[in-house]
Design a protein around this ligand. Structure first.
Ligand SMILES: [Zn+2]
Length: 215
């Protein structure tokens, strides 16, 4: 699978354009805003958009989803249904962040643990990773060892868990029980900041180290 990262919004959110080289069919993951910029990148990549995928319901990941879905005539797919309250609350989120007004969004399809989505001949596995938000999902392409991790894990960090229905324990359990077992060689594209590998984070991410003894 090929990809191109398009940083969008004032939060430098990593919108990802994913495509299958054989068919050149593509998905846009987490279009947080800046729809025109994303459209230009799609044009220059010369790919055909078949769907918009969402990892979770935060405004900086979904702000341009409705506009792009309409532009390309494609469905919005994901996140898991427990993030419905975030998507219904998009107007309040846009006021909170002082951004352009964003209407509530209802995806065409919710996703659950164990499901998969196809981008051309590429199959992305869906893993439910609650903690940052209760309905947060990630997308994994086993063949190219690539993970789209949203706001679950970052290079040297993990997602915030101080939002409504966030839970730090759940977040760490999601990472340790679902992501790390995918393999040290897996590269992940986080929602913000630089790429890393799960192996690097397993060894060096301060949030994933066993507690040190307190003397
Ligand atoms: Zn988020």
């Amino acid at each position: 699978m090929n990809y191109r990262i398009i940083p969008v919004t004032a939060f430098s959110q990593n919108c990802s354009l994913l495509w299958d080289e054989q068919t050149r069919l593509a998905a846009i993951v987490d279009p947080g805003g800046d729809a025109q910029r994303i459209i230009s990148e799609v044009e220059s990549a010369g790919v055909t958009i078949t769907q918009i995928l969402l990892t979770h319901g935060h405004l900086d990941h979904v702000g341009a989803a409705a506009e792009l879905a309409q532009h390309y005539g494609v469905p919005v797919i994901g996140p898991e249904k427990e993030d419905q309250f975030w998507l219904e609350g998009l107007p309040a989120q846009s006021r909170m962040f002082g951004l352009e007004d964003c209407q509530p969004l209802t995806p065409d399809r919710w996703l659950s643990e164990g499901e998969s989505v196809s981008v051309g001949n590429v199959k992305l596995a869906v893993l439910h990773c609650p903690g940052h938000t209760p309905g947060h999902i990630v997308f994994f392409d086993a063949a190219s060892r690539l993970l789209i991790s949203g706001d679950v894990i970052f290079k040297g960090g993990v997602g915030r868990s101080d939002f409504p229905k966030g839970n730090h324990g759940d977040l760490i359990a999601s990472i340790k029980n679902k992501l790390l077992p995918l393999g040290d060689d897996v590269t992940f594209i986080p929602g913000h900041g630089p790429l890393s590998t799960l192996g690097n984070e397993r060894l060096h991410n301060p949030f994933l180290q066993d507690e040190l003894p307190v003397w």
